[in-house]
Design a protein around this ligand. Structure first.
Ligand code: AMP
Ligand code: ZN
Length: 439
């Protein structure tokens, strides 16, 4: 690895000394506060915290005076409570994957979009991608940022981008072969599925030109990365992001693949104890809290990601000064990520409990079906419904299935259970069992 040259998109920024990064962050934070003060959501909150002017931010230490923002706040502010520019300046809207009734949306101006694309292009360059690459994006296009925001970054890099979107594996393989795809963007589970399909369809390594993959959207272990690299004979780069922060590319691995650099000129990252909300000692695990510094349309200050990680204190061999974060070890809430889609158990509960004939007890099982995730929902029905004929029960099953699919975009297996057959837990109900191996 020592021989390998380290590519940069913006070397001066990417290797800037810490005091310079902090200077950039402080100035940008002031701008973000100015934007936030224009929004109905933040203005009263900031004023209450004594931050009625951006000049209150004198150094980064003043960050701790800023109140936190949560996913619930985003829902509360839906649709325009966080808009800081005139509506006609917004050119794009995105939302979190698999959202509930009230989605968490973001809005971007053209400048915001250009910066987001630039960040993504910076990530891809750091991983060694170039304009010569043929990039096949297997993430879902639409509201989810993994499709379009990645796409724009790869285009800005000058790569040839094939927007195949998710699924339809046989077509994916055909495009990979016919266009000589060199890089794919997909979830880790889909990469495994792809490997299986390559074998099943009788493709040989010589048929494909694949050399690297960018993966993210769901937690995965180093062992899984090594497995995918080995099976496909490619390099696999971890990419972290979330819709709230402009999607993929908030943090990304360089060619050393040893933790993800957070782009600190564009985000302020804090790692806090989720209970005390104070910083954990450097290098210890805590909740990642992010402040976006590169968005005019929608400021987001000290956003509680709920994702658990730690800073890697040692400097990286690539020379970048932007700190690295380690793989995520989990979340502080009960959000499940199923085939890359965010699902809260409460969303499932909402559908079940509003449906006539459904009893009070249900159970959610997440497991693997081959390499992909499988969601099973077991639901007790009422004694009256149970006494009804099987056609009525089947109709209920189909209705629940399609309502759940519409809400969470995943096709679940639905098992109807007779009243009283599911275990009743003592104390706090345990309604979710995640049986996926912790790879
Ligand atoms: P979304 O807003 O739909 O893009 O979902 C964002 C969430 O996906 C994050 O808050 C993380 O929980 C998860 N996520 C994204 N990228 C990764 C990654 N590389 N490793 C682990 N989890 C990830
Ligand atoms: Zn590095």
């Amino acid at each position: 690895m020592a021989e390998r040259s380290v590519p940069f998109r913006d070397k001066a920024i990417e290797t800037a000394p810490r005091p310079e990064i902090e200077k950039i962050q402080t100035a940008a934070l002031r701008t973000q506060i100015a934007q936030a003060l224009k929004t109905p959501f933040y203005r009263p909150r900031l004023e209450e915290a004594g931050l009625s002017s951006p000049d209150e931010i004198r150094s980064l230490a003043d960050l701790s005076r800023i109140p936190f923002t949560s996913k619930g706040d985003l829902r509360e502010a839906y649709p325009f409570g966080l808009l800081a520019v005139p509506k006609d300046q917004v050119v794009r809207v995105h939302a979190s994957s698999g959202t509930t009734g009230t989605p968490t949306v973001i809005y971007l101006t053209q400048k915001d979009l250009d910066l987001a694309s630039d960040t993504m292009a910076r990530c891809l360059t750091a991983a060694g991608a170039t304009s010569g690459d043929v990039v096949q994006n297997m993430m879902t296009y639409g509201l989810f940022t993994g499709g379009l925001c990645f796409h724009y970054g790869a285009e800005l890099l000058g790569a040839m981008v094939i927007p195949t979107s998710a699924g339809n594996t046989l077509r994916q393989l055909k495009f990979m072969k016919d266009f000589g795809t060199t890089m794919v963007h997909a979830t880790p589970s889909y990469l495994l599925h792809l490997h299986q399909a390559i074998a099943d369809e009788g493709y040989s390594r010589g048929d494909l030109r694949l050399r690297m993959a960018v993966t993210g959207a769901e937690p995965h272990s180093e062992e899984l990365r090594l497995k995918i690299q080995d099976k496909l004979g490619i390099e696999v780069y971890n990419c972290y992001g979330m819709s709230e922060m402009n999607g993929p590319g908030v943090a990304f691995e360089c060619v050393h693949r040893a933790g993800m650099h957070v782009w600190e000129d564009r985000y302020i990252a804090e790692i806090l104890d989720p209970d005390t909300l104070l910083p954990v000692p450097e290098g210890e695990i805590g909740e990642l809290v992010l402040t976006i510094l590169c968005r005019d349309a929608m400021p987001l200050l000290r956003y509680r990601t709920r994702d658990l990680t730690r800073f890697i204190p040692e400097p990286c061999a690539c020379g970048r000064t932007h700190r690295r974060i380690a793989r995520f070890t989990g979340r502080t809430d009960d959000m499940l990520i199923i085939n890359g889609v965010n699902v809260f158990p409460s969303q499932i509960e909402e559908v079940l409990l509003r449906t006539k004939g459904v009893g009070a007890n249900y159970f959610i099982i997440v497991d693997k079906d081959g390499v992909l995730d499988k969601l099973t929902v077991q639901v007790e029905i009422t004694p009256e419904m149970f006494a009804d004929d099987s056609r009525v029960i089947n109709a209920l099953r189909e209705r629940l299935k399609s309502e759940l699919q519409a809400l969470i975009t995943i096709n679940p297996v639905l098992e109807i259970k007779q009243p009283g057959s599911l275990p009743v837990s003592e104390g706090k109900a345990k309604r979710v069992s995640d049986l996926r191996p912790k790879e």
